[in-house]
Design a protein. Structure first.
Length: 516
């Protein structure tokens, strides 16, 4: 199935099975805002748990925080967001569609990369085992030609993004014209100039008569951590290196909101700021790069689906930055950013607040402003990567197709579904008895409607890893049929064995153990 078709199916599956609904659905939705339904909220909570437990439980020197969404307006002046949290936008006059100019150029670079990969793949097929990939890349005239175009474009892009007075907007437009980039809707090159657009949402606090002040909905959770650095360090008696982790909502007035929950205007972040001694930050950057990749890969989706993308343009605060990208149906895309933020944020807050924000190192008897390594991951993007990877339409030997979510059991919304074979003879009561015992340990669901086959399909569609059927034999010997989602294998087991078989496999700990 084509990748775009898979993506469309995932989106409608999410709605049909109570994972994700458009916000205010009965009013036809609100652009790039979504609600999580009965199954979505469970999956989302499990993802958050997996992150929180890894960060806060497994790291003795990382503690949590839950800071408010509203913050003093000066925070955003100090952080640079009021002046510089902009995206360069460009409109196509014919289609009236708006684009991010940097994204149009990055997509063009990716097109050259794709052409190169296509050539290499063709040659690989042609030469078979004798294929020397490196030599081919170095000598093939077609690869060389595309690589030269790519490198020239890449260099120009870096120059405009890192221009001394801020992004060179005219230079960006010129690249778009020179590369002949067209609007995918109108197919024309009738572009406006490139303009900067601030992504923060504004609102007012207090009644206007009392002198209301403009405040912002936070565009990242990180600043809540920075302004609490002293509070946490002092009250927690934290010694450097240490980290503060937080999960919470963030808001960005995105210019182009596409691709479902990939780019939302209200979304959720899981951020951790790790405070280190100046001069050690690049070692810590590498360390967190590795740890975060290991966390992603412990889900078992295959290392070929992940890659790092080092940034061409470093944010004004960073001295190193990389993204963890995941292979979505629409290509490799950023799921998490890892940034070495220097001491920029703490120094800025010290300057604007007039407070001394430093760390006194008792061993070396010196004070300094700590440097920071940030790991920042979007819950919703993580959710999307998990659900896209897990979605499958399987052809069964009897010719039927089953739609199944091969979710990691620890992330699945429901862990065990219990079915009475019929609605009589005391089978429903027996099924309820099983649930009443197991519901304290993991999420169980009772289902008695329709034939067993249909009930299995409904559970497959939401990724339930285990189903149990209670039949008349159960009443005699306390055994049930246990059915496994991925293999569809069925086993007869005693009710007393169920907890032992299931609990370990569905716990977040089972994922964390992969990280050892
Ligand atoms: P992008 O380049 O895609 O706009 P970003 O580099 O601005 O993302 P960061 O500021 O590094 O993103 O934010 C950290 C993480 O927050 C991202 O890796 C992503 O998972 C998530 N995120 C950022 N913006 C959005 C959004 N609009 N919708 C959903 N998740 C988002």
């Amino acid at each position: 199935m084509a990748q775009e078709d898979i993506f469309k199916k995932v989106v409608s599956h999410c709605k049909e099975y109570g994972f994700v609904f458009p916000s205010s659905d009965i009013y036809d939705g609100l652009g790039a805002v979504y609600d999580y339904g009965q199954n979505g909220v469970e999956l989302k909570n499990n993802i958050k748990q997996y992150w929180w437990q890894y960060m806060v439980l497994l790291h003795e020197n990382i503690v949590g925080l839950d800071s408010a969404i509203f913050m003093h307006p000066t925070v955003w002046k100090a952080s640079g967001h009021v002046d510089a949290f902009n995206d360069p936008l460009i409109d196509n006059r014919d289609s009236k569609k708006r684009y991010r100019a940097d994204v149009l150029i990055e997509e063009q670079i990716a097109k050259y990369d794709e052409k190169i990969e296509k050539e290499v793949n063709k040659a690989r097929k042609r030469f078979g085992d004798a294929f020397d990939e490196q030599k081919y890349r170095e000598t093939s005239p077609r690869v060389q030609e595309e690589a030269a175009k790519r490198d020239t474009l890449h260099k120009r892009y870096q120059e405009v993004m890192n221009a001394p007075g801020g992004i060179d907007l005219e230079g960006m437009k010129q690249i778009i014209l020179d590369e002949g980039i067209v609007c995918p809707i109108s197919g024309t090159k009738n572009w406006t100039d490139v303009r900067q657009f601030n992504l923060m949402f504004k609102t007012e606090m207090g009644a206007a008569a009392e002198g209301a002040s403009t405040i912002y909905l936070r565009p990242e959770t990180a600043q809540g951590i920075f302004v609490n650095y002293l509070n946490v360090q002092k009250t927690g008696r934290m010694k450097i290196p240490f980290g503060i982790a937080q999960i919470g909502k963030a808001f960005r007035n995105e210019i182009v909101a596409r691709q479902f929950i990939f780019r939302m205007r209200e979304f959720e972040q899981m951020e951790m700021q790790f405070f280190v001694k100046p001069g050690t930050e690049l070692q810590w950057f590498d360390e967190w790069r590795n740890r975060r990749m290991a966390w992603h890969q412990a889900l078992g989706f295959g290392s070929e689906n992940y890659r790092f993308h080092d940034h061409d343009k470093l944010a004004h605060y960073a001295n190193a930055a990389t993204d963890v990208e995941f292979k979505m149906p629409f290509g490799f895309k950023e799921v998490e950013g890892i940034h070495s933020r220097t001491n920029f944020d703490l120094s800025q807050h010290a300057k604007y607040s007039g407070k001394k924000i430093e760390y006194f190192d008792p061993d070396e008897n010196i004070s300094y402003t700590p440097y920071v390594i940030e790991t920042s991951i979007g819950v919703d993007r993580m959710f999307l990567s998990v659900i896209c990877h897990s979605y499958d339409e399987e052809q069964l030997p009897d010719g039927q197709t089953r739609t199944v979510l091969h979710l990691p059991a620890a992330l699945a919304p429901v862990k065990l579904a219990v079915f009475p074979l019929t609605k009589k003879d005391g089978l429903p009561e027996k099924a309820r008895e099983i649930i009443d015992e197991l519901k304290f340990h993991f999420n169980c669901k009772y289902e008695e409607k329709d034939q067993i086959g249909k009930r299995y399909r409904r559970q497959d569609a939401i990724g339930t890893p285990f189903c149990v059927t209670v039949d008349n034999q159960t009443l005699e010997d306390n055994t049930v049929t246990l059915r496994f989602r991925d293999t569809m294998e069925q086993q007869r087991v005693n009710i007393s064995e169920l907890r032992g078989i299931i609990e370990d496999k569905v716990s977040i700990t089972s994922l964390l153990k992969n990280l050892k």
